[in-house]
Design a protein around this ligand. Structure first.
Ligand code: AMP
Length: 402
């Protein structure tokens, strides 16, 4: 199977709809704190502009619930795209409403229009045919360059592809780069291969963990998700984050790891706090001695040493999810120390996920990583060997004639 390639399309002067992933992190002032996802889409946009296309960009941002919520407006994104492209970018005030339609109709060659947040429309996440068709009707060509959302069967990602034949749709450069990279990583990782998995929740990552087990040599757990495993092992976890309904599943993951001979690492000490706040009292305790009503918000120094030891001999590292609440300086040390260690290693280092990418950029080690993926969930699903719903309609058999 091969991806439909943008280079095989006849783009000259055409109206092109590019699904981007501009779901960028913002700080408390509403500034974009990491524009990697926007910068990563420039190659495809510029390629289309060089061919005198009328360019329609579309993305989601955050999780508005299918209705207009200006907190999630793409206005700051439009400004950043404009700055990076060094040409005017017009923002439509809606997605498929009057404003978007008239701006699409009047779009001239070499001009760029950005639609408002796709998730202002209920049909986007529901993948309705109606929304897919209305979006498809805007353009002659469809390009998916939104790797970070390609594991979702949404209207602008999956539904829309049904309205374009193979000569009128393709993957963009970013999507292709991500798929090619993870393809190589899945098929021939240099071993030992360790996956560092963190973040807040076990849910959403459990399936990935189960599927990763046969592919990796070590799994290293951090972040809030560690506590579900620790509780399952019989530890008192105080007021730490836990998903009680997943305890049994967590036990199953650990049993599977043991059965397959995969080394499964959990924190041996944690930084606990009385409140979920930067100014809370905090202390370091062993994982066995978390006091009642205290919550674990970062891995402790002994865990950092243990994890460094475990990572010492690995040749490939995949990191998805922070080791603690890295947004608060007080609980960012664990993530920061692991980030520096991973960055300094000679292994192939792959960072997946918005939060982890944001973290390594904040710490200033992003340039040291081998590959920073723009998609967390999507990269995990690729590693599990799944074909993503947004990618499948853009695949052809190797000998299929276009
Ligand atoms: P996720 O979206 O599941 O990848 O989780 C990322 C989030 O996990 C970040 O915003 C972190 O602040 C949060 N996080 C990491 N460790 C913990 C923890 N021990 N308790 C609560 N939240 C955490």
């Amino acid at each position: 199977m091969e991806l439909l390639n943008i280079k095989d399309l006849d783009l000259a002067g055409k109206k092109v709809f590019i699904r981007c992933d501009f779901n960028v992190p913002m700080d408390e002032f509403g500034n974009i704190s990491d524009d990697r996802r926007i910068r990563s889409a420039l190659a495809t946009i510029n390629y289309c502009l060089d061919q005198e296309c009328c360019v329609i960009l579309a993305s989601h941002l955050g999780r508005p619930k299918g209705e207009v919520d200006l907190k999630f407006s793409l206005e700051p994104v439009a400004k950043r795209v404009q700055k990076l492209l060094k040409r005017d970018v017009v923002l439509a005030t809606d997605v498929i409403g009057e404003d978007a339609k008239s701006k699409v109709a009047n779009l001239k060659k070499g001009e760029v229009l950005l639609l408002e947040n796709l998730r202002f429309e209920k049909g986007e996440t529901k993948n309705t045919e109606e929304l897919s068709k209305q979006l498809a009707d805007m353009a002659e060509i469809y390009i998916n360059d939104a790797f970070g959302v390609s594991h979702r069967a949404h209207a602008s990602v999956e539904g829309i592809t049904k309205f374009f034949d193979n000569q009128h749709k393709s993957a963009g450069f970013l999507l292709k780069k991500e798929i090619d990279f993870f393809g190589k990583l899945v098929n021939s990782p240099v071993r030992p291969f360790a996956a560092i998995v963190g973040g807040s929740k076990v849910s959403g990552k459990l399936e990935a963990l189960i599927n990763l087990l046969p592919k990796v040599d070590k799994i290293i757990i951090g972040g809030g998700m560690a506590f579900t495993f620790l509780k399952q092992m019989g530890y008192n976890i105080g007021a730490s984050l836990v998903e009680d309904d997943l305890l049994e599943e967590a036990g199953h993951v650990m049993a599977e790891a043991a059965r397959l001979g995969v080394k499964f690492y959990l924190p041996v000490d944690v930084v606990v706090a009385e409140k979920f706040s930067e100014d809370s009292v905090s202390k370091i305790v062993t994982a066995q001695e978390i006091p009642d009503n205290w919550m674990g918000l970062d891995i402790g120094p002994a865990t950092v040493r243990l994890y460094r030891e475990a990572l010492n001999n690995v040749q490939t590292v995949l990191w998805n999810g922070p080791m603690g609440v890295y947004e608060m300086d007080k609980f960012a040390r664990g993530s920061s120390k692991i980030a520096h260690f991973v960055a300094d290693s000679y292994a192939t280092t792959v960072v997946g996920g918005g939060d982890t990418a944001d973290l390594v950029q904040k710490i200033g080690v992003d340039e040291e990583m081998t590959f920073i993926s723009t998609g967390g969930g999507a990269s995990l699903e690729l590693l599990e060997g799944k074909i993503l719903p947004g990618v499948l309609p853009l695949m052809i058999k190797k000998d299929e004639v276009l």
